[in-house]
Design a protein around this ligand. Structure first.
Ligand SMILES: *[C@@H]1O[C@H](CO)[C@@H](O)[C@H](O)[C@H]1NC(C)=O
Ligand SMILES: *[C@@H]1O[C@H](CO)[C@@H](O)[C@H](O)[C@H]1NC(C)=O
Ligand SMILES: [Zn+2]
Ligand SMILES: [Zn+2]
Length: 569
C-alpha cells in the first residue's frame, strides 16, 4: 500500500513536522525597526457608541450615503442579518461585540459582490452610483499606480486576472516584525498553494523581476504604511486589507502566528482570505467559508470549503486536463471488531504527480498533488500508461505499465518488486509477461466479472485471459465493436488515456482529454434491457464528476517532499 495513505490527514499536520529551510537565504533588505521603538502596542479605537458605529458601518459598506436615523437603522439591520445576529435594528451589545471582532478591512458590501459583471462601468440608480463612488475611493489603488502600471493583467473594471501564472512577492520594505522572513514567505507560499489546489491558477514567488512584473505584492505595516491611502487602526479590529490590483497589507500591530499555533491570528488564514480578494472574491457570509469578513479563531486544520471553491471557479473555471492513468487501490483491512473489510482509494496520475481523490467529499486529499516517487517507490516517476490489479480467488497482483515494460508492485512493502516470490525480476518486457500484447499501451484495466485484462492501443482492444495466460481468441477487436456507443457516433474511437473501474460508482470509465465515457453496467441493463453489454454512454466532462484535480506550481514541490519524507521516515 502506498506510503501516501499513511500520511497525516491534512497537510497542516504535516506542517508540524516541516522543517524550515535549512539555510536561510541572505536578506536583501533589513527592515528599519525605528517605527517600533517605545512601541506600546497601538490599540484600535473600539466601537462603543452610535458615532463610532456609524463610522464602522460606513467604512465597511453598510450605509448607502443616506444619513439620519432611518438609514442607520437600516444599515444596522442589514449588518445584523449578515452577521447572523438577532435582527433588532438596535445598537445592542451583540452588535457592538460583532463590530469589535478582528476583521478584514474590505467592505462587506461592494459592487463586486453584485451580479453586475462590470461593476465599475455600469449600474443604475442613485444608490448604486453613490456606492460605486465610495467603492472607488476605498478600494481603487492610488491613481499614480494605475497610470504607472496600467493593469498588465487585470484590465480596469475586470473582475479576474486573465493570466494563469501569477507572480507574487513579499516586499522588502514590508516585512513583519513578528515572524522570521522565512516563516512569512513559507506561509504565503502555502496560502497561494491552497488557491492553486482548486483553480487552474498557479502562483510563483518572484524576488528578482522588476516590480512592474509582480502581480501580487504583500507587506506588513503599522498605522500609516507602505504608501497606502488607508491607515491601519492598531491591534484589534482591522487586521489586513487588499487592493484591487494586487497589493495585500497586513496590520503588524496584530499578533500574527504561524500554523499550527492556536494563539493570536493565523497569518495563513488571513493571507488565504486576502488573496481571495485580490483574485476577485467578495465577502461571503457562509459559515465555514474562508471569505467571511471576521476572523474565525483557529481550528487545527482548515480548508477552502465548497462555497469558496465554487466562487473562485466562477471567475477562473475548473481544473481540466488529461490524466496518464487513474485507478482504485484496493486494500483489505480489519475493523476494530476484527471483521475483514475491503476499502479503496482513488488515485489520479498526471505528469509525474498524483492525487488521492476522496470520493465521499468530492475532492482531492488536502495538500495534493504529490510527486509520484514519494508515494510510489520503484516505478517510473512519470508517464505511467496503466495500472492493473489482477484479483481472483487465487491471485492478488498489481502491475504498472510504462513503455515496453511492466512492474509488479508489492503493496505490503509499498514498493515495486525487484524480484517476486516466483523469482521473476522487474521491470519485465510486456511482450514476455503478456504474450500477444503490443506496447507501448494507451491503457489497461482488469475486469473482475470476466477475469480479463483489457489492454488498449490505438483503436484496438486486446482481452487477456489471466488463467490461460493468453489473448482471448476473439481479440483484438476494434474498440468501437467491443465497447459500442450507446448514441453513435459519440465514442472516443481511439487513443484513450485511461480506463478505470470505479468502486465508488460501480462502473468503468474511459478517459480521453477532458472527457469521460461511462461503460454500461449490470444495473443499467436491468433498467434498460436494450442497452448493449459494455456500451459507452455519451461523453461528459471529467471536471464535472471529479472536482478540483488541480496542478500546482513546481516551486511548491520542495516543501511537499520534505513533509512526505518526514512522514514516511
Ligand atoms: C458530490 O457530487 C455529486 C454530484 O456529482 C452530488 O450528488 C453529491 O451530493 C456531492 N457530494 C458532496 C459531499 O458534496
Ligand atoms: C434504452 O436505451 C436505448 C439505447 O440503447 C435508448 O434509445 C432508450 O431511450 C432507452 N430507454 C430508456 C427508457 O431509457
Ligand atoms: Zn476580506
Ligand atoms: Zn494598506
Amino acid at each position: 500500500m502506498p506510503a501516501a495513505v499513511y500520511l497525516p490527514g491534512t497537510w497542516l499536520l504535516c506542517l508540524l513536522a516541516a522543517p524550515w529551510p535549512a539555510q536561510p537565504e541572505k536578506l536583501f533588505h533589513i527592515r528599519d525597526h525605528s517605527d517600533m521603538e517605545e512601541s506600546a502596542l497601538h490599540r484600535a479605537e473600539p466601537v462603543t457608541d452610535l458615532r463610532s458605529a456609524q463610522l464602522f458601518l460606513s467604512k465597511y459598506g453598510w450605509t448607502e450615503g443616506s444619513s439620519g436615523d432611518p438609514g442607520l437603522v437600516k444599515a444596522i439591520t442589514k449588518f445584523q442579518s449578515f452577521s447572523q445576529l438577532p435582527v433588532t435594528g438596535q445598537l445592542d451589545e451583540a452588535t457592538l461585540a460583532a463590530m469589535n471582532r478582528p476583521r478584514c478591512g474590505m467592505p462587506d458590501r461592494q459592487p463586486m459582490s453584485k451580479v453586475d459583471p462590470l461593476p465599475l462601468t455600469s449600474g443604475t440608480g442613485p444608490s448604486a452610483k453613490v456606492r460605486k463612488k465610495r467603492f472607488l475611493q476605498l478600494l481603487s489603488p492610488p491613481a499614480r499606480r494605475q497610470e504607472q502600471e496600467p493593469g498588465p493583467l487585470r484590465a480596469r473594471g475586470q473582475r479576474a486576472f486573465s493570466r494563469r501564472l501569477l507572480r507574487w512577492r513579499l516586499v522588502g520594505e514590508g516585512y513583519s516584525g513578528q515572524l522570521s522572513i522565512e516563516e512569512q514567505r513559507f506561509i504565503f507560499r502555502l496560502a497561494f498553494r491552497m488557491w492553486s489546489e482548486v483553480t487552474p491558477l498557479t502562483f510563483k514567488e518572484d524576488r528578482l523581476s522588476p516590480a512592474a512584473l509582480i502581480d501580487i505584492r504583500l507587506g506588513f505595516g503599522r498605522g500609516r504604511h507602505l504608501g497606502c491611502s488607508r491607515a491601519f487602526d492598531g491591534s484589534g479590529q482591522e487586521f489586513a486589507h487588499a487592493w484591487n490590483f494586487g497589493d495585500i497589507h497586513f496590520d503588524d500591530d496584530e499578533h500574527f502566528t504561524p500554523p499550527p499555533s492556536d494563539k493570536g491570528i493565523s497569518l495563513l488564514k488571513v493571507a488565504v482570505h486576502e488573496i481571495g480578494h485580490v483574485l476577485g472574491l467578495p465577502h461571503l457570509d457562509r459559515t465555514g467559508s474562508i471569505m467571511q469578513p471576521n476572523y474565525v479563531s483557529q481550528e487545527t486544520g482548515f480548508e477552502l470549503d465548497w462555497a469558496d471553491r465554487k466562487a473562485i471557479q466562477k471567475l477562473y473555471g475548473s481544473c481540466e486536463g488529461p490524466f496518464d492513468t487513474a485507478f482504485d487501490w484496493i486494500r483489505k483491512e480489519r475493523t476494530r471488531h476484527g471483521e475483514l473489510v475491503v476499502s479503496f482509494s482513488t488515485y489520479f496520475f498526471r505528469s509525474g504527480w498524483y492525487w488521492l481523490y476522496e470520493n465521499r467529499h468530492n475532492r482531492t486529499r488536502y495538500g495534493d498533488p504529490i510527486l509520484t516517487p514519494i508515494g510510489w517507490r520503484g516505478i517510473p516517476s512519470r508517464d505511467i500508461d496503466a495500472y492493473v490489479h489482477v484479483w481472483t480467488w487465487r491471485r492478488d497482483e498489481r502491475y504498472f505499465f510504462q513503455g515496453n515494460h511492466y512492474w509488479r508492485y508489492d503493496g505490503d512493502h509499498d514498493r515495486a518488486y525487484a524480484e517476486d516470490e516466483r523469482g521473476r525480476s522487474y521491470p519485465q518486457l510486456i511482450s514476455e509477461g503478456f504474450p500477444g500484447i503490443p506496447s507501448p499501451l494507451d491503457t489497461a484495466f482488469y475486469d473482475r466479472r470476466t477475469q480479463l485484462i483489457y489492454f488498449f492501443r490505438g483503436s484496438l482492444v486486446f482481452a487477456f485471459d489471466v488463467d490461460r495466460h493468453q489473448v482471448d481468441n476473439s481479440y483484438p477487436k476494434r474498440m468501437v465493436d467491443a465497447f459500442p456507443p450507446v448514441a453513435p457516433p459519440n465514442h472516443p474511437f481511439r487513443d484513450i488515456d485511461s480506463a478505470y473501474f470505479s468502486y465508488a460508482h460501480s462502473a468503468i470509465f474511459f478517459f480521453k482529454g477532458n472527457a469521460y465515457w461511462r461503460v454500461v453496467n449490470d444495473k443499467d441493463r436491468r433498467q434498460n434491457s436494450s442497452l448493449a453489454f459494455n456500451a459507452l454512454f455519451p461523453k461528459e466532462y471529467i471536471s464535472q464528476k471529479w472536482f478540483d484535480i488541480c496542478d500546482v506550481h513546481p516551486s511548491t514541490v520542495k516543501m511537499k517532499e520534505q513533509n512526505a519524507d518526514r512522514s514516511i521516515g
